[in-house]
Design a protein around this ligand. Sequence first.
Ligand code: ZN
Length: 97
Amino acid sequence: MKIPKKNRRYCPKCKKHTEHTTSIVKSGRRRGSMKEGQRRFKSKIAGYGGYPRPKPEKGAKYGAKSSKKIDLRYKCPDCGKSQTPKKGKRAKKVEMQ
Ligand SMILES: [Zn+2]
């Protein structure tokens, strides 16, 4: 999918249409090593028993979709605020024009 670098969109802050610049947010957040869930997980791993693996449900499909939803951001040059589209679009490959 090809995405234009500049897009004329409405900015709710400026209350007018401006030339927004598009950018794709890279997926994959860093996990906090001291967050509650991570601490609980560490205590689960500790000792004998090893890694707690959840059993997959019967008939469950893994990785059924080959495309991912792209995370787009539109940035207004006047105020610097960025907007996100309401619905993410699915695409295998994303290209900036
Ligand atoms: Zn603006």
